[in-house]
Design a protein around this ligand. Structure first.
Ligand code: ARG
Length: 582
């Protein structure tokens, strides 16, 4: 069920018959001219001069005479160094608007993924530590990719892999014992965090405390009952905290498979690595040399016999393969872990697993908070250097959104439930802000720009959606698709319809690049197109959607309804709410 085959490809295919470049290359060269009067696609012929050794203007003229136009393309015109193509606009408009009307929220869906599974490891925070702003990207990028793949027909398995095992638990156990903490079950995550910090600080002065912590972790790995009971308490405290914060974001998982659930598989895995000759002993530790891949050796067991992060990721990956036979297994984790995932992949390959190539580290940059007074940015911390808690950030976003809505409510009407709306707009603003930047770049959080209803923000897209919904409510008539498409003659209408046709391609590209920002950018552009259309209508009554002529109004309503469907669908993929009124 592929809904649109891109017209660029069709044009590029016809051009390829007359040029020494292939279709894909030519499709990549096609541009969108600055205004629709110039054309719908333009081929810059100066890019071809080096292959044809001819002047760009001559190439354009020559190609115009030769190229056979595919269906949906009405005309080709040479314009200086460009060869511009004009689509058969009513035909293209009719096909896309009918399609969207028929499919509704399923528009953009595909079945390329049928029968295939994508595993997405996201969230996956370390237990017994506060959730800071730096935990936001994995949660929201992971969810968006989940939804994008699901839309393409894949089965998705969203796995939260909390870090609930490791030396830091040794430190916590040692801290509780050292400071005689009375009631460990009653601690909060922040208490645990403080304990950990205190212990680490003391250990800097008294290095033997480090050994005590390592010993405590070894006791835990050996299943000693006191250590185990404490660990269970810490773990419970941490997991409850996650439920709360992920709940605020509306992020959910299909499976929670914590690191500790693989602890029993570690010995067996290590034995196999030794038997296969993949791992060797080095200074008492076990390592996998990876010189062939130009990587530093990968440690799979420490010299004191305890396990580490990698020792649990290997059996976890094997388990995922057993369970899902995945097409891809994505790990949505910060860029600072890129070596870890390269090593994981390399070790799995050494173990003879062909599926290791299906592992992909979906990395991302840092979040920087802009200080409103100094304008400077800091990585996830306040001026005093404290980590910004994710729940505080979200709460602040909601209260700021509320103030904004109240301030402008004269303009937007006030019938919606303000609490709900403030949460949808505030959290939507945070999520959109994270997802509208290419993921490998750092994101700057700046309250004013994040909540600007006129900037490149979540609230701007939500507001466009609410305006579209309001037009449809005011129309008080059913939207139908047997309209006269030839009546949609305004350039703004064509620009909008054409953009709507591009949604399925944006969804595919977001998956291919594991990049939710493709959807966010698409939506911002679409909303800008809608805004131009809408403001044209404000200036000139003949351009209003709700115009007096019945047939024209019906056609415009179909266009507006299609735009609303697509914006809603796009926001849904990003995990941002689409309120009907703002
Ligand atoms: N717990 C790790 C951290 O907070 C991220 C885990 C990512 N997933 C994985 N399978 N390694 O940095």
């Amino acid at each position: 069920m592929r809904h649109t085959d891109s017209i660029e490809k069709l044009i590029a295919g016809r051009l390829a018959r007359h040029l020494p470049l292939d279709e894909t290359h030519l499709a990549g060269l096609l541009e969108t001219p600055p205004s629709p009067e110039i054309g719908d696609y333009g081929l810059p012929c100066y890019a071809l001069s080096k292959y044809l050794h001819k002047a760009p203007n001559d190439i354009a003229e020559d190609l115009r005479g030769k190229v056979e136009l595919p269906e949906g393309v009405r005309e080709a015109k040479a314009d200086g160094p460009y060869l511009n193509f004009f689509l058969d606009r009513p035909a293209v408009t009719a096909s896309v608007l009918k399609l969207i009307h028929g499919l509704g929220s399923a528009y953009g869906s595909d079945d390329v993924g049928a029968g295939k599974t994508i595993v997405i490891d996201f969230g996956s925070p370390n237990v017994a530590k506060d959730l800071g702003v730096h935990h936001l990207p994995s949660a929201v990028i992971g969810r968006a990719l989940y939804r994008v793949y699901e839309k393409l027909g894949y089965r998705c398995a969203g796995i939260n892999f909390p870090g609930d095992w490791g030396t830091s638990f040794g430190s916590l156990i040692a801290a509780v014992e050292r400071y005689d903490v009375p009631d460990p079950d009653a601690l909060t995550v922040s208490d645990l965090q403080e304990l950990y910090v205190r212990y680490t600080r003391d250990a800097a002065a008294q290095p033997e405390l480090l050994q005590t912590a390592r010993d405590a972790f070894a006791r835990l790995e050996q299943g000693e009952s006191r250590a185990t009971a404490l660990w269970q308490a810490f773990r419970q405290i941490g997991l409850e905290e996650f439920d709360q914060v992920y709940g605020m974001l509306g992020v959910t998982f299909d499976h929670v498979n914590a690191e500790s659930s693989y602890r029993e598989q570690i010995d067996g895995m290590v034995r196999r690595l030794l038997d296969q000759g993949v791992a060797i002993e080095s200074a008492g530790a076990l390592i996998v040399p990876l010189d062939d891949e130009n990587l530093p050796p990968c440690m799979v067991r420490k010299s004191d016999g305890t396990s580490l992060y990698m020792s649990r990721d290997i059996p976890a990956a094997e388990h995922r393969w057993e369970q899902f036979r995945f097409e891809k297994c994505l790990y949505v984790t910060g860029s600072e872990q890129s070596l870890h995932f390269k090593q994981l992949k390399a070790v799995l390959k050494r173990m003879g697993y062909e599926w290791a190539d299906r592992i992909e580290h979906v990395n991302f940059g840092l979040i920087r908070m802009r200080d409103p007074e100094t304008g400077k940015t800091r990585v996830g911390s306040t001026r005093r250097g404290e980590m910004v808690l994710l729940k505080d950030l979200l709460q602040e976003a909601v209260s700021r959104a509320r103030a904004k809505i109240e301030e402008s409510s004269g303009r937007f009407g006030q019938d919606a439930d303000l609490d709900d709306l403030a949460a949808q707009v505030g959290i939507g603003a945070v999520v959109f802000s994270e997802l509208s930047t290419r993921r490998t770049r750092d994101v700057i959080f700046d309250w004013d720009s994040m909540l600007d209803f006129e900037g490149d923000t979540g609230p701007y897209v939500q507001y466009a959606h609410a305006r579209l919904s309001s037009i449809l409510r005011k129309a008080e008539q059913e939207v139908v698709d047997d309209v006269d498409f030839a009546l949609l003659t305004l350039p703004e209408e064509w620009v909008l319809a054409r953009h709507l046709a591009g949604f399925p391609a944006a969804v595919r590209r977001a998956a291919a690049e594991s990049e939710p920002s493709v959807i966010a950018t698409y939506l911002l552009e679409l909303c800008a197109d809608f805004s131009s259309y809408y403001s044209a209508g404000m200036r000139d009554p003949d351009r209003r959607v709700l115009c007096p002529a019945d047939d024209l109004r019906a056609a415009r309503l179909l266009l507006v309804d299609a735009a609303r469907h697509v914006i809603r669908g796009g926001l849904e993929l990003l995990g941002v709410a689409a309120p009907e009124r703002m």
